[in-house]
Design a protein around this ligand. Structure first.
Ligand code: FAD
Ligand code: NAI
Length: 468
Protein backbone atom coordinates (compact mmCIF):
# COMPACT_ATOMS: atom_id res chain seq x y z
CA UNK A 1 0.00 0.00 0.00
CA UNK A 2 1.60 3.27 -1.12
CA UNK A 3 1.65 6.18 1.34
CA UNK A 4 2.13 8.88 -1.24
CA UNK A 5 -0.97 10.71 -2.51
CA UNK A 6 -1.93 13.76 -4.56
CA UNK A 7 -4.44 14.70 -1.88
CA UNK A 8 -5.13 13.70 1.72
CA UNK A 9 -8.51 14.78 3.07
CA UNK A 10 -8.96 14.81 6.85
CA UNK A 11 -12.57 14.08 7.82
CA UNK A 12 -15.17 12.08 5.89
CA UNK A 13 -18.20 14.29 6.47
CA UNK A 14 -20.13 15.83 3.55
CA UNK A 15 -17.28 18.29 2.98
CA UNK A 16 -14.47 15.75 3.10
CA UNK A 17 -16.04 12.75 1.41
CA UNK A 18 -17.44 14.79 -1.47
CA UNK A 19 -14.07 16.53 -1.92
CA UNK A 20 -12.32 13.13 -1.99
CA UNK A 21 -14.73 11.72 -4.58
CA UNK A 22 -14.54 14.78 -6.85
CA UNK A 23 -10.73 14.86 -6.65
CA UNK A 24 -10.60 11.16 -7.56
CA UNK A 25 -12.95 11.80 -10.48
CA UNK A 26 -10.49 14.43 -11.66
CA UNK A 27 -7.67 11.90 -11.67
CA UNK A 28 -6.04 12.48 -8.30
CA UNK A 29 -4.82 9.73 -6.03
CA UNK A 30 -6.74 10.41 -2.82
CA UNK A 31 -6.82 9.18 0.78
CA UNK A 32 -9.50 10.25 3.27
CA UNK A 33 -8.78 9.89 6.98
CA UNK A 34 -11.71 9.44 9.38
CA UNK A 35 -11.57 8.80 13.11
CA UNK A 36 -15.19 7.69 13.40
CA UNK A 37 -15.82 3.99 12.68
CA UNK A 38 -18.17 4.85 9.81
CA UNK A 39 -17.93 7.41 7.00
CA UNK A 40 -20.27 10.37 6.45
CA UNK A 41 -19.32 12.65 9.37
CA UNK A 42 -21.73 14.43 11.67
CA UNK A 43 -24.34 14.70 8.92
CA UNK A 44 -24.83 11.04 8.15
CA UNK A 45 -24.05 9.59 11.59
CA UNK A 46 -25.50 11.97 14.17
CA UNK A 47 -26.95 14.92 12.24
CA UNK A 48 -29.02 15.46 9.11
CA UNK A 49 -29.88 11.84 8.36
CA UNK A 50 -30.91 10.43 11.77
CA UNK A 51 -32.77 13.63 12.66
CA UNK A 52 -34.71 13.54 9.40
CA UNK A 53 -35.57 9.85 9.92
CA UNK A 54 -37.09 10.66 13.32
CA UNK A 55 -38.79 13.79 11.96
CA UNK A 56 -40.38 11.74 9.19
CA UNK A 57 -41.55 8.93 11.48
CA UNK A 58 -42.86 11.24 14.18
CA UNK A 59 -44.67 13.38 11.60
CA UNK A 60 -46.53 10.31 10.32
CA UNK A 61 -47.49 9.49 13.90
CA UNK A 62 -48.73 13.04 14.48
CA UNK A 63 -50.67 12.84 11.22
CA UNK A 64 -52.30 9.57 12.30
CA UNK A 65 -53.57 11.38 15.37
CA UNK A 66 -54.30 14.54 13.42
CA UNK A 67 -55.93 15.08 10.03
CA UNK A 68 -56.47 11.46 9.00
CA UNK A 69 -59.84 11.18 10.72
CA UNK A 70 -61.03 14.28 8.87
CA UNK A 71 -60.16 12.53 5.60
CA UNK A 72 -62.23 9.51 6.53
CA UNK A 73 -59.33 7.32 7.58
CA UNK A 74 -59.93 5.59 10.87
CA UNK A 75 -56.65 4.81 12.59
CA UNK A 76 -57.32 3.07 15.88
CA UNK A 77 -54.82 2.33 18.64
CA UNK A 78 -51.94 4.08 16.94
CA UNK A 79 -49.00 3.91 19.31
CA UNK A 80 -45.26 4.39 19.31
CA UNK A 81 -42.56 1.78 19.81
CA UNK A 82 -39.51 3.94 20.51
CA UNK A 83 -37.01 1.07 20.21
CA UNK A 84 -38.38 0.17 16.78
CA UNK A 85 -38.35 3.80 15.67
CA UNK A 86 -34.68 4.01 16.70
CA UNK A 87 -33.93 0.80 14.79
CA UNK A 88 -35.61 2.31 11.71
CA UNK A 89 -33.44 5.42 12.10
CA UNK A 90 -30.25 3.36 12.60
CA UNK A 91 -31.00 1.33 9.48
CA UNK A 92 -31.35 4.55 7.48
CA UNK A 93 -28.04 5.82 8.85
CA UNK A 94 -26.28 2.56 7.99
CA UNK A 95 -27.66 2.63 4.46
CA UNK A 96 -26.21 6.10 4.00
CA UNK A 97 -22.80 5.53 5.62
CA UNK A 98 -22.38 2.24 3.72
CA UNK A 99 -23.25 4.24 0.61
CA UNK A 100 -20.22 6.48 1.14
CA UNK A 101 -17.98 3.43 1.61
CA UNK A 102 -19.33 2.09 -1.71
CA UNK A 103 -18.65 5.43 -3.44
CA UNK A 104 -15.08 5.47 -2.09
CA UNK A 105 -14.53 2.00 -3.51
CA UNK A 106 -16.07 2.93 -6.84
CA UNK A 107 -13.93 6.06 -7.15
CA UNK A 108 -10.76 4.43 -5.73
CA UNK A 109 -10.55 6.78 -2.75
CA UNK A 110 -8.61 5.08 0.03
CA UNK A 111 -10.33 5.37 3.40
CA UNK A 112 -7.89 5.44 6.32
CA UNK A 113 -9.50 4.77 9.70
CA UNK A 114 -7.77 6.70 12.43
CA UNK A 115 -7.07 10.14 13.87
CA UNK A 116 -5.01 12.49 11.76
CA UNK A 117 -2.47 15.13 12.75
CA UNK A 118 -0.61 17.29 10.29
CA UNK A 119 3.02 16.72 11.24
CA UNK A 120 4.25 19.17 8.58
CA UNK A 121 2.95 20.58 5.30
CA UNK A 122 2.65 17.57 3.00
CA UNK A 123 2.75 15.07 5.87
CA UNK A 124 -0.25 13.60 7.71
CA UNK A 125 0.38 11.28 10.63
CA UNK A 126 -2.48 8.92 11.37
CA UNK A 127 -2.93 7.17 14.69
CA UNK A 128 -4.71 4.14 13.23
CA UNK A 129 -7.95 2.84 14.76
CA UNK A 130 -6.55 -0.66 14.36
CA UNK A 131 -3.38 0.33 16.24
CA UNK A 132 -0.09 1.76 15.09
CA UNK A 133 0.76 4.82 13.08
CA UNK A 134 0.81 5.54 9.37
CA UNK A 135 2.36 8.56 7.69
CA UNK A 136 0.66 9.77 4.51
CA UNK A 137 2.47 12.13 2.19
CA UNK A 138 0.59 14.44 -0.15
CA UNK A 139 1.17 17.59 -2.14
CA UNK A 140 -2.11 18.95 -0.81
CA UNK A 141 -4.06 18.46 2.41
CA UNK A 142 -7.71 19.43 2.90
CA UNK A 143 -8.93 19.81 6.48
CA UNK A 144 -12.63 18.93 6.71
CA UNK A 145 -12.88 18.11 10.41
CA UNK A 146 -16.28 19.72 10.91
CA UNK A 147 -17.78 20.95 14.15
CA UNK A 148 -18.81 19.86 17.61
CA UNK A 149 -21.42 20.79 20.21
CA UNK A 150 -21.03 24.21 21.86
CA UNK A 151 -20.99 23.58 25.61
CA UNK A 152 -23.14 25.54 28.06
CA UNK A 153 -20.84 26.81 30.81
CA UNK A 154 -21.47 25.03 34.11
CA UNK A 155 -23.56 22.26 32.54
CA UNK A 156 -22.09 18.84 31.90
CA UNK A 157 -23.60 16.94 28.99
CA UNK A 158 -23.89 13.26 29.98
CA UNK A 159 -25.83 12.22 26.82
CA UNK A 160 -28.41 10.34 28.91
CA UNK A 161 -30.33 13.01 30.88
CA UNK A 162 -28.53 16.19 29.85
CA UNK A 163 -28.08 15.61 26.15
CA UNK A 164 -26.74 17.25 23.03
CA UNK A 165 -28.38 16.50 19.68
CA UNK A 166 -26.46 13.20 19.66
CA UNK A 167 -28.13 11.97 22.88
CA UNK A 168 -31.50 13.39 21.81
CA UNK A 169 -31.37 11.10 18.76
CA UNK A 170 -30.89 8.06 21.01
CA UNK A 171 -33.43 8.43 23.85
CA UNK A 172 -34.83 5.12 25.07
CA UNK A 173 -38.25 6.49 25.95
CA UNK A 174 -40.39 9.54 25.36
CA UNK A 175 -39.48 12.09 28.06
CA UNK A 176 -42.36 13.44 30.12
CA UNK A 177 -40.91 16.94 30.04
CA UNK A 178 -38.14 17.96 27.65
CA UNK A 179 -36.45 21.28 28.28
CA UNK A 180 -34.65 22.56 25.21
CA UNK A 181 -31.92 25.15 25.72
CA UNK A 182 -31.69 27.28 22.55
CA UNK A 183 -34.50 28.00 20.06
CA UNK A 184 -32.33 27.33 17.02
CA UNK A 185 -32.63 24.71 14.32
CA UNK A 186 -31.67 21.68 16.41
CA UNK A 187 -33.94 22.64 19.31
CA UNK A 188 -36.99 23.12 17.11
CA UNK A 189 -36.41 20.04 14.95
CA UNK A 190 -35.69 17.65 17.83
CA UNK A 191 -38.22 19.40 20.07
CA UNK A 192 -40.76 18.64 17.31
CA UNK A 193 -39.77 14.96 17.24
CA UNK A 194 -40.25 14.39 20.96
CA UNK A 195 -43.21 16.77 21.21
CA UNK A 196 -45.06 14.80 18.53
CA UNK A 197 -44.31 11.56 20.35
CA UNK A 198 -45.84 12.92 23.54
CA UNK A 199 -43.34 15.07 25.48
CA UNK A 200 -44.21 18.42 26.95
CA UNK A 201 -41.59 20.69 25.37
CA UNK A 202 -40.31 23.91 26.95
CA UNK A 203 -37.81 25.93 24.95
CA UNK A 204 -35.57 28.36 26.82
CA UNK A 205 -34.02 30.97 24.53
CA UNK A 206 -31.62 33.74 25.47
CA UNK A 207 -32.84 36.17 22.81
CA UNK A 208 -36.34 37.61 22.54
CA UNK A 209 -37.06 35.69 19.33
CA UNK A 210 -36.63 32.19 17.94
CA UNK A 211 -34.30 31.17 15.07
CA UNK A 212 -32.10 34.27 15.00
CA UNK A 213 -30.87 35.04 11.51
CA UNK A 214 -33.99 34.03 9.61
CA UNK A 215 -36.50 36.61 8.36
CA UNK A 216 -38.28 38.03 11.43
CA UNK A 217 -41.79 37.81 9.94
CA UNK A 218 -41.26 34.13 9.14
CA UNK A 219 -39.84 33.51 12.62
CA UNK A 220 -42.89 35.11 14.22
CA UNK A 221 -45.33 32.99 12.21
CA UNK A 222 -43.17 29.92 12.91
CA UNK A 223 -43.28 30.55 16.65
CA UNK A 224 -47.07 30.99 16.57
CA UNK A 225 -47.52 27.69 14.71
CA UNK A 226 -45.16 25.81 17.05
CA UNK A 227 -46.99 27.26 20.04
CA UNK A 228 -50.24 25.84 18.64
CA UNK A 229 -48.48 22.48 18.43
CA UNK A 230 -47.77 22.63 22.17
CA UNK A 231 -44.31 24.24 22.38
CA UNK A 232 -43.88 26.46 25.44
CA UNK A 233 -41.41 29.26 24.71
CA UNK A 234 -39.46 31.05 27.41
CA UNK A 235 -37.79 33.82 25.43
CA UNK A 236 -35.34 36.37 26.84
CA UNK A 237 -34.38 33.73 29.39
CA UNK A 238 -31.10 32.04 30.24
CA UNK A 239 -30.28 28.74 31.89
CA UNK A 240 -27.85 29.26 34.75
CA UNK A 241 -27.51 25.67 35.92
CA UNK A 242 -28.97 22.16 35.76
CA UNK A 243 -29.02 19.99 38.88
CA UNK A 244 -29.64 16.30 38.76
CA UNK A 245 -31.82 14.69 41.41
CA UNK A 246 -32.53 10.99 41.34
CA UNK A 247 -35.87 11.44 39.57
CA UNK A 248 -35.72 14.80 37.85
CA UNK A 249 -33.53 17.54 36.49
CA UNK A 250 -33.87 20.95 38.06
CA UNK A 251 -33.20 23.56 35.40
CA UNK A 252 -32.55 27.00 36.87
CA UNK A 253 -33.51 29.87 34.58
CA UNK A 254 -33.54 33.62 34.96
CA UNK A 255 -34.32 36.60 32.73
CA UNK A 256 -31.49 37.17 30.24
CA UNK A 257 -31.07 40.73 31.56
CA UNK A 258 -30.96 39.49 35.15
CA UNK A 259 -33.74 39.06 37.70
CA UNK A 260 -35.36 36.42 39.86
CA UNK A 261 -34.34 32.83 39.24
CA UNK A 262 -36.91 30.07 38.75
CA UNK A 263 -36.57 26.29 38.66
CA UNK A 264 -38.14 24.16 35.93
CA UNK A 265 -38.42 20.43 36.56
CA UNK A 266 -37.55 18.30 33.57
CA UNK A 267 -36.82 14.71 32.63
CA UNK A 268 -34.39 15.48 29.83
CA UNK A 269 -32.54 18.70 28.98
CA UNK A 270 -31.33 19.19 25.41
CA UNK A 271 -28.47 21.67 25.11
CA UNK A 272 -28.36 23.12 21.59
CA UNK A 273 -26.92 26.62 21.69
CA UNK A 274 -24.86 26.25 18.54
CA UNK A 275 -21.85 24.32 17.28
CA UNK A 276 -18.18 25.27 17.16
CA UNK A 277 -15.47 24.29 14.72
CA UNK A 278 -13.57 21.13 15.61
CA UNK A 279 -9.83 21.36 14.99
CA UNK A 280 -8.45 19.75 18.12
CA UNK A 281 -5.35 17.58 17.82
CA UNK A 282 -4.59 18.55 14.23
CA UNK A 283 -1.47 20.46 15.26
CA UNK A 284 -2.62 23.64 13.52
CA UNK A 285 -1.01 26.02 16.05
CA UNK A 286 2.41 24.38 15.64
CA UNK A 287 2.10 24.68 11.87
CA UNK A 288 1.08 28.34 12.06
CA UNK A 289 -2.38 27.80 10.53
CA UNK A 290 -4.34 30.91 11.53
CA UNK A 291 -7.78 30.72 13.16
CA UNK A 292 -10.31 33.57 13.42
CA UNK A 293 -11.79 34.92 16.67
CA UNK A 294 -14.41 32.13 16.69
CA UNK A 295 -11.88 29.33 16.31
CA UNK A 296 -12.66 28.79 12.62
CA UNK A 297 -9.78 28.08 10.24
CA UNK A 298 -9.04 31.19 8.24
CA UNK A 299 -9.05 30.66 4.48
CA UNK A 300 -8.90 32.81 1.38
CA UNK A 301 -11.50 32.57 -1.41
CA UNK A 302 -9.68 29.51 -2.73
CA UNK A 303 -9.94 27.72 0.66
CA UNK A 304 -6.19 28.09 1.26
CA UNK A 305 -5.15 28.50 4.88
CA UNK A 306 -2.24 30.65 5.99
CA UNK A 307 0.09 27.68 5.23
CA UNK A 308 0.85 26.58 1.66
CA UNK A 309 -0.54 23.18 0.69
CA UNK A 310 -3.10 23.16 3.52
CA UNK A 311 -6.73 23.96 2.69
CA UNK A 312 -9.91 23.87 4.78
CA UNK A 313 -13.65 23.57 4.08
CA UNK A 314 -17.03 22.92 5.73
CA UNK A 315 -18.04 23.57 9.33
CA UNK A 316 -14.38 24.12 10.28
CA UNK A 317 -14.31 27.41 8.33
CA UNK A 318 -16.55 30.49 8.18
CA UNK A 319 -20.08 30.39 6.75
CA UNK A 320 -23.30 28.56 7.55
CA UNK A 321 -22.79 25.15 9.17
CA UNK A 322 -24.73 23.23 6.56
CA UNK A 323 -24.01 19.95 4.79
CA UNK A 324 -24.67 21.28 1.27
CA UNK A 325 -22.37 24.27 1.89
CA UNK A 326 -19.62 21.84 2.97
CA UNK A 327 -20.27 19.65 -0.08
CA UNK A 328 -20.10 22.55 -2.51
CA UNK A 329 -16.85 23.69 -0.94
CA UNK A 330 -15.52 20.13 -1.25
CA UNK A 331 -16.24 20.12 -4.97
CA UNK A 332 -14.83 23.64 -5.43
CA UNK A 333 -11.49 22.91 -3.74
CA UNK A 334 -11.08 19.63 -5.65
CA UNK A 335 -11.68 21.50 -8.91
CA UNK A 336 -9.31 24.31 -7.96
CA UNK A 337 -6.58 21.80 -7.08
CA UNK A 338 -7.11 20.18 -10.49
CA UNK A 339 -6.58 23.56 -12.15
CA UNK A 340 -10.26 24.13 -12.85
CA UNK A 341 -12.57 26.96 -11.83
CA UNK A 342 -14.11 25.92 -8.51
CA UNK A 343 -16.54 28.39 -6.98
CA UNK A 344 -19.22 28.63 -4.28
CA UNK A 345 -21.90 31.33 -4.50
CA UNK A 346 -22.37 32.19 -0.82
CA UNK A 347 -25.27 34.50 -1.70
CA UNK A 348 -27.37 31.53 -2.78
CA UNK A 349 -27.12 28.84 -0.11
CA UNK A 350 -30.59 27.66 0.88
CA UNK A 351 -31.45 26.77 4.47
CA UNK A 352 -34.25 24.46 5.57
CA UNK A 353 -35.76 23.72 8.97
CA UNK A 354 -37.46 20.33 8.70
CA UNK A 355 -40.32 20.91 11.11
CA UNK A 356 -44.02 20.76 10.17
CA UNK A 357 -44.57 23.07 8.43
CA UNK A 358 -41.05 23.44 7.06
CA UNK A 359 -39.22 26.74 6.93
CA UNK A 360 -36.93 27.42 3.96
CA UNK A 361 -35.04 30.45 2.81
CA UNK A 362 -32.41 31.61 0.38
CA UNK A 363 -30.79 35.00 -0.06
CA UNK A 364 -31.41 37.95 2.17
CA UNK A 365 -34.06 38.66 4.80
CA UNK A 366 -36.00 41.91 5.06
CA UNK A 367 -33.86 42.91 8.05
CA UNK A 368 -30.64 42.35 6.09
CA UNK A 369 -31.91 44.41 3.16
CA UNK A 370 -32.97 47.24 5.48
CA UNK A 371 -29.58 47.18 7.22
CA UNK A 372 -27.83 47.31 3.85
CA UNK A 373 -30.05 50.23 2.75
CA UNK A 374 -31.31 48.34 -0.31
CA UNK A 375 -34.76 49.36 -1.59
CA UNK A 376 -36.93 46.30 -2.20
CA UNK A 377 -40.47 45.26 -3.02
CA UNK A 378 -42.29 42.44 -1.22
CA UNK A 379 -44.55 39.86 -2.81
CA UNK A 380 -46.37 37.60 -0.34
CA UNK A 381 -48.82 34.80 -0.92
CA UNK A 382 -50.49 32.70 1.82
CA UNK A 383 -51.07 28.97 1.48
CA UNK A 384 -54.68 29.57 2.61
CA UNK A 385 -55.21 30.84 -0.96
CA UNK A 386 -53.48 27.90 -2.69
CA UNK A 387 -55.89 25.26 -3.99
CA UNK A 388 -53.68 22.26 -3.31
CA UNK A 389 -52.82 23.41 0.23
CA UNK A 390 -56.53 23.96 0.94
CA UNK A 391 -57.64 20.54 -0.22
CA UNK A 392 -54.75 18.85 1.63
CA UNK A 393 -55.52 20.75 4.87
CA UNK A 394 -51.99 22.21 4.80
CA UNK A 395 -52.74 25.94 4.79
CA UNK A 396 -50.27 27.14 7.41
CA UNK A 397 -47.70 29.63 6.15
CA UNK A 398 -46.81 31.75 3.14
CA UNK A 399 -44.25 32.47 0.44
CA UNK A 400 -42.45 35.82 0.53
CA UNK A 401 -40.31 37.10 -2.32
CA UNK A 402 -38.08 40.14 -1.89
CA UNK A 403 -37.07 41.83 -5.14
CA UNK A 404 -34.90 44.84 -5.90
CA UNK A 405 -37.14 47.91 -6.16
CA UNK A 406 -35.35 49.16 -9.26
CA UNK A 407 -34.23 46.07 -11.18
CA UNK A 408 -36.82 43.52 -9.89
CA UNK A 409 -33.95 41.03 -9.36
CA UNK A 410 -34.85 38.49 -6.65
CA UNK A 411 -32.83 39.17 -3.49
CA UNK A 412 -34.41 36.71 -1.09
CA UNK A 413 -37.14 34.06 -0.87
CA UNK A 414 -38.66 32.91 2.41
CA UNK A 415 -41.17 30.09 2.66
CA UNK A 416 -42.98 28.66 5.65
CA UNK A 417 -45.26 25.82 4.67
CA UNK A 418 -45.55 22.14 3.85
CA UNK A 419 -42.72 21.02 1.55
CA UNK A 420 -40.97 24.42 1.74
CA UNK A 421 -37.63 22.54 1.71
CA UNK A 422 -38.29 21.20 -1.78
CA UNK A 423 -39.89 24.40 -3.06
CA UNK A 424 -36.88 26.54 -2.14
CA UNK A 425 -34.85 24.81 -4.88
CA UNK A 426 -36.79 26.74 -7.52
CA UNK A 427 -35.91 30.00 -5.79
CA UNK A 428 -32.22 29.02 -5.56
CA UNK A 429 -32.08 28.19 -9.28
CA UNK A 430 -33.84 31.45 -10.14
CA UNK A 431 -31.41 33.45 -8.01
CA UNK A 432 -28.38 31.60 -9.38
CA UNK A 433 -29.49 32.70 -12.84
CA UNK A 434 -30.10 36.28 -11.64
CA UNK A 435 -33.84 36.02 -12.27
CA UNK A 436 -36.29 38.84 -11.66
CA UNK A 437 -39.59 38.31 -9.86
CA UNK A 438 -41.21 38.85 -13.27
CA UNK A 439 -39.24 35.86 -14.68
CA UNK A 440 -40.72 33.58 -12.00
CA UNK A 441 -44.17 35.14 -12.40
CA UNK A 442 -44.09 34.34 -16.13
CA UNK A 443 -42.87 30.76 -15.65
CA UNK A 444 -45.64 28.17 -16.03
CA UNK A 445 -46.14 26.29 -12.72
CA UNK A 446 -48.11 23.01 -12.69
CA UNK A 447 -51.59 23.04 -11.22
CA UNK A 448 -52.52 22.06 -8.59
CA UNK A 449 -49.23 22.31 -6.74
CA UNK A 450 -47.95 24.18 -3.71
CA UNK A 451 -45.35 25.76 -6.02
CA UNK A 452 -48.10 27.92 -7.52
CA UNK A 453 -47.76 29.93 -4.31
CA UNK A 454 -44.20 30.80 -5.40
CA UNK A 455 -45.49 32.05 -8.74
CA UNK A 456 -48.28 33.99 -7.00
CA UNK A 457 -45.78 35.60 -4.60
CA UNK A 458 -43.72 36.63 -7.64
CA UNK A 459 -46.88 38.14 -9.18
CA UNK A 460 -47.60 39.85 -5.87
CA UNK A 461 -44.26 41.70 -6.07
CA UNK A 462 -45.93 43.65 -8.88
CA UNK A 463 -49.30 43.78 -7.09
CA UNK A 464 -51.02 41.35 -9.47
CA UNK A 465 -51.49 38.06 -7.62
CA UNK A 466 -54.43 36.24 -9.16
CA UNK A 467 -55.87 34.16 -6.33
CA UNK A 468 -55.84 36.72 -3.56
P1 FAD B 1 -18.56 16.84 9.67
O1 FAD B 1 -19.76 16.27 9.06
O2 FAD B 1 -18.62 17.23 11.10
O3 FAD B 1 -17.40 15.77 9.44
C1 FAD B 1 -16.13 15.92 9.97
C2 FAD B 1 -15.54 14.55 10.19
O4 FAD B 1 -14.16 14.72 10.51
C3 FAD B 1 -16.14 13.81 11.39
O5 FAD B 1 -16.62 12.56 10.97
C4 FAD B 1 -14.98 13.66 12.37
O6 FAD B 1 -14.99 12.41 13.05
C5 FAD B 1 -13.78 13.75 11.45
N1 FAD B 1 -12.56 14.22 12.11
C6 FAD B 1 -12.41 15.31 12.91
N2 FAD B 1 -11.12 15.43 13.30
C7 FAD B 1 -10.45 14.39 12.74
C8 FAD B 1 -9.10 13.97 12.77
N3 FAD B 1 -8.17 14.66 13.43
N4 FAD B 1 -8.77 12.85 12.11
C9 FAD B 1 -9.70 12.14 11.42
N5 FAD B 1 -10.98 12.50 11.34
C10 FAD B 1 -11.36 13.62 11.99
N6 FAD B 1 -27.03 20.36 7.85
C11 FAD B 1 -27.86 20.42 6.78
O7 FAD B 1 -27.47 20.98 5.75
N7 FAD B 1 -29.11 19.87 6.82
C12 FAD B 1 -29.58 19.25 7.92
O8 FAD B 1 -30.70 18.75 7.92
C13 FAD B 1 -28.74 19.18 9.06
N8 FAD B 1 -29.17 18.56 10.18
C14 FAD B 1 -28.33 18.49 11.25
C15 FAD B 1 -28.81 17.88 12.41
C16 FAD B 1 -28.01 17.80 13.53
C17 FAD B 1 -28.54 17.13 14.77
C18 FAD B 1 -26.68 18.31 13.49
C19 FAD B 1 -25.78 18.19 14.68
C20 FAD B 1 -26.20 18.91 12.34
C21 FAD B 1 -27.03 19.02 11.22
N9 FAD B 1 -26.61 19.66 10.06
C22 FAD B 1 -27.44 19.75 8.99
C23 FAD B 1 -25.26 20.25 9.94
C24 FAD B 1 -24.33 19.30 9.17
O9 FAD B 1 -24.30 18.06 9.83
C25 FAD B 1 -22.94 19.89 9.08
O10 FAD B 1 -23.00 21.18 8.51
C26 FAD B 1 -22.05 19.02 8.20
O11 FAD B 1 -21.96 17.71 8.71
C27 FAD B 1 -20.65 19.62 8.08
O12 FAD B 1 -19.87 18.80 7.28
P2 FAD B 1 -18.28 18.72 7.44
O13 FAD B 1 -17.83 17.76 6.40
O14 FAD B 1 -17.71 20.08 7.46
O15 FAD B 1 -18.03 18.13 8.89
P1 NAI C 1 -28.35 27.55 16.30
O1 NAI C 1 -27.26 28.50 16.13
O2 NAI C 1 -29.27 27.25 15.18
O3 NAI C 1 -29.28 28.02 17.52
C1 NAI C 1 -28.77 28.22 18.80
C2 NAI C 1 -29.79 29.01 19.60
O4 NAI C 1 -29.38 29.01 20.96
C3 NAI C 1 -29.90 30.46 19.16
O5 NAI C 1 -31.25 30.79 19.06
C4 NAI C 1 -29.20 31.21 20.28
O6 NAI C 1 -29.68 32.52 20.47
C5 NAI C 1 -29.51 30.34 21.47
N1 NAI C 1 -28.59 30.46 22.60
C6 NAI C 1 -27.25 30.65 22.57
N2 NAI C 1 -26.77 30.65 23.83
C7 NAI C 1 -27.81 30.43 24.66
C8 NAI C 1 -27.94 30.28 26.06
N3 NAI C 1 -26.89 30.35 26.87
N4 NAI C 1 -29.16 30.07 26.58
C9 NAI C 1 -30.26 29.97 25.76
N5 NAI C 1 -30.19 30.09 24.41
C10 NAI C 1 -28.97 30.31 23.88
O7 NAI C 1 -27.66 26.24 16.87
P2 NAI C 1 -28.15 24.72 16.99
O8 NAI C 1 -29.63 24.63 17.01
O9 NAI C 1 -27.37 24.16 18.11
O10 NAI C 1 -27.64 24.09 15.64
C11 NAI C 1 -26.27 24.20 15.26
C12 NAI C 1 -26.14 24.27 13.79
O11 NAI C 1 -26.32 22.99 13.21
C13 NAI C 1 -27.18 25.14 13.10
O12 NAI C 1 -26.87 26.50 13.17
C14 NAI C 1 -27.09 24.63 11.70
O13 NAI C 1 -25.99 25.23 11.06
C15 NAI C 1 -26.83 23.15 11.91
N6 NAI C 1 -28.09 22.40 11.75
C16 NAI C 1 -28.77 22.50 10.58
C17 NAI C 1 -29.96 21.85 10.42
C18 NAI C 1 -30.70 22.02 9.13
O14 NAI C 1 -30.12 22.50 8.18
N7 NAI C 1 -31.97 21.61 9.06
C19 NAI C 1 -30.53 21.01 11.46
C20 NAI C 1 -29.76 21.02 12.66
C21 NAI C 1 -28.57 21.67 12.78
Amino acid sequence: MSDSFDLVVIGAGPGGYVCAIRAAQLGMKVACVEKRATLGGTCLNVGCIPSKALLHASELYAEANGHLAEMGIVARDVSVDVAKMMAFKDKGVKGNTDGVAFLFKKNKVEPVHGTARIAAPGKVEVSLAAGGTRVLEARNIVVATGSDVMPLPGVEIDETRIVSSTGALELKEVPGHLVVVGAGIIGLELGSVWGRLGSKVTVVEFLDRITPGIDAEVAKTFQRILKKQGFDFRLGTKVTGIDKTRKHLKVTVEPAQGGDAEVIEADIALVCIGRRPYTQGLGLADLGVALDDRGRIRTDRGFKTSVDGIYAIGDAIAGPMLAHKAEDEGVAIAELLAGRAGHVNYGVIPGVIYTAPEVAYVGRSEEELKDAGIAYRVGKFPFTANGRAKVNLQTDGFVKILADATTDRILGVHIIGTDAGNMIAEAAVAMEFGASAEDVARTCHAHPTLTEAVKEAALAVDGRALHM
